[in-house]
Write a protein that binds this ligand. Structure first.
Ligand code: NAD
Length: 516
């Protein structure tokens, strides 16, 4: 396994982002009602560079009072934004998309700095796929049937209202755009609370939205921590919907806080996704690609296929190929062009990965590579060793719990029924993979896996494929048309006649009527 000593961070990288954000006092402010405002809250949070463990900058955090102000702004703006034409919303989303791409380098550096992604990966993947969610939200507006008729009944799809959007640190910009894009497209107004651990890309995103010309109050950003700002948003009586991406723990707390006000709750939560390698799979392709997918973003993806489920008679071959694949990783300074994998994002995550590796060893899982501690030569930074365990059985902690780091487990099966049983044997159901040459068999296995997505033979990522969880991986779907519909309410009007309709309803449906 190649490792590199972290080179001192080139000042231009930190400087570029920090200077940009400092210029207008962004680091001290929230974005509410179209303005950068000082928060009522007095607390601040440090952004820690995971490659050095050093604080690089700190930002102001809002509190419940700031949430009240932001929600009031969003409520005020809803009356107009919700009845704006789909074309005007599409135009605005198009400008946001263009600006993200224009500022891609700034975003990539912010993401790399705040959560440790290799800069090359942030440039090639984190930023472009994030932009895709905005593009798709825009494109989905063309021709979307906001008004349909069924047996004399008019069925309107209307914006649900003010939405609180709570996002995690692992794909910081991507998780934001996956929510903000469709919410704005639907005609909702939003209050975004990004992860307090990755706030820089969110500040840059707010600048983009402002520069794109968003009307005041339609998009608001309240930086803050979960128990205070996240909880206040979730419980707020004037918020109509909360969408959270995060841990199952936080998702449950959000749903509990939201219950008293009967708001809609969308949850994109944890995962422990299986990768079923069928007996006829081409191992030379299926295994390295599976290892790469499990370790992508240093394993910090909710749908990472972290359980490779393999035919027992081919176990040794799988182990050998998996080891070879892991040996190609270059773990090190995220700003170095050679680096494929940076550190994990924060100290809590580092400790969690170490605990789970220790748990695997204690349970008798066999290390194929990696193990506890940092990779050789890396003395500081939240670097973990890419770790593969074999001789794992499905009841082990490392096979059941989401680790959210660079740890892959290999589990052997004796027949395909058992493979499916193992695949379904966790509380999660977010992503899944199936590898095999006989497509009919692979499809039949895919149909038996209880998860929101199943990928057969590593197809390309699609922003149109609905994404979300079965079981404790969540409720609701993001991406594509389903992602847009998440933010819509359904209204049936019986005895529908244009002339007698209330004026607001006529406005909101006019555009759709023209299109339908
Ligand atoms: P986290 O649950 O700690 O935090 C996620 C967000 O929730 C943050 O903004 C946080 O401030 C907020 N939050 C925390 N407690 C809260 C509370 N009581 N009320 C309201 N908000 C609260 O998760 P994380 O560590 O940032 O991200 C990692 C987790 O996210 C993993 O479990 C991962 O699987 C999950 N995740 C899921 C998806 C998905 O689409 N299903 C995508 C990415 C990450």
């Amino acid at each position: 396994m190649t490792t590199q000593l972290p080179a001192p961070l080139a000042p231009v990288h930190v400087g570029l982002i920090v200077e940009r954000l400092k210029a207008e006092g962004r680091l001290d402010r929230l974005f509410i009602d179209g303005e950068w405002v000082l928060p009522a809250g007095q607390s601040r949070a440090s952004v820690i560079d995971p490659s050095t463990e050093e604080p690089v900058v700190d930002i102001a955090l809002g509190n419940a009072q700031d949430v009240d102000v932001a929600v009031a702004a969003a409520r005020g703006a809803f009356a107009t934004w919700s009845v704006s034409s789909a074309e005007s919303r599409a135009l605005l989303l198009g400008r946001i998309h263009t600006l993200i791409l224009e500022r891609a380098e700034l975003f990539a550096q912010a993401i790399s700095l705040e959560m440790g992604a290799a800069l090359g990966f942030a440039r090639s993947t984190q930023v472009p796929v994030a932009a895709e969610h905005i593009r798709v939200a825009r494109d989905n507006l063309a021709g979307y049937p906001f008004l349909t008729h069924r047996e004399g009944v008019a069925i309107l799809r209307e914006a649900i209202g003010v939405c609180g959007l709570i996002t995690p640190w692992n794909w910081p910009l991507y998780q934001i755009t996956a929510k903000v894009g469709p919410a704005l497209a639907a005609g909702c107004t939003v209050v975004l609370k990004p992860s307090e651990l990755s706030p820089l890309s969110a500040l840059l995103f707010a600048e983009v939205v402002q520069d794109a010309g968003i009307p005041p109050g339609v998009f608001n950003l309240v930086s803050g921590n979960g128990p205070e700002v996240g909880a206040a948003l979730s419980a707020h009586p004037d918020v109509d919907m909360i969408s959270i991406t995060g841990s199952t723990r936080a998702g449950v707390l959000v749903a509990q806080a939201a219950a008293a006000t009967v708001k809609r709750v969308a949850q994109e939560l944890g995962g422990k996704s299986p990768n079923v390698i069928l007996p006829d799979a081409d191992l030379a392709r299926a295994v390295p690609a599976g290892v790469a997918a499990a370790f992508r973003n240093v394993g910090q993806s909710c749908s990472a296929p972290t359980r490779m489920i393999v035919p027992r008679e081919r176990l040794q071959e799988v182990e050998r190929i998996a080891l070879e694949a892991a040996l190609n990783f270059a773990v090190g300074d995220p700003r170095s062009p050679q680096t494929t994998h940076g550190p994990v994002a924060n100290r809590a995550q580092f400790n969690r990965v170490q605990e789970m590796i220790a748990a695997g060893i204690a349970e008798g899982a066999r290390l194929i590579c990696g193990g506890p501690g940092r990779p050789e030569g890396l003395e500081r930074g939240f670097y973990c060793r890419p770790t593969i365990f074999s001789s794992v059985h499905s009841q082990m902690q490392v096979a059941q719990e989401e680790i959210f780091g660079p740890v892959l487990v290999i589990i052997a099966y004796d027949n395909v029924d058992e493979a499916v049983e193992i695949a379904n044997d966790t509380v999660y159901g977010l992503g899944a993979h199936v590898q095999g040459q006989d497509l009919a068999v692979a499809r039949a296995v895919a149909a038996r896996i209880r998860s929101g997505q199943v990928h057969i033979n590593y197809p390309a990522w699609s922003p149109h494929a609905p994404f979300g969880g079965y079981k404790r991986s969540g409720n609701g779907r993001e991406y594509g048309i389903e992602g847009l519909e998440e933010y819509l309410e359904t209204k049936a009007i019986l005895g529908f006649q244009d002339a007698s309709m209330p004026s607001t309803t006529v406005k909101s449906s006019r555009n759709a009527q023209e299109q339908s």
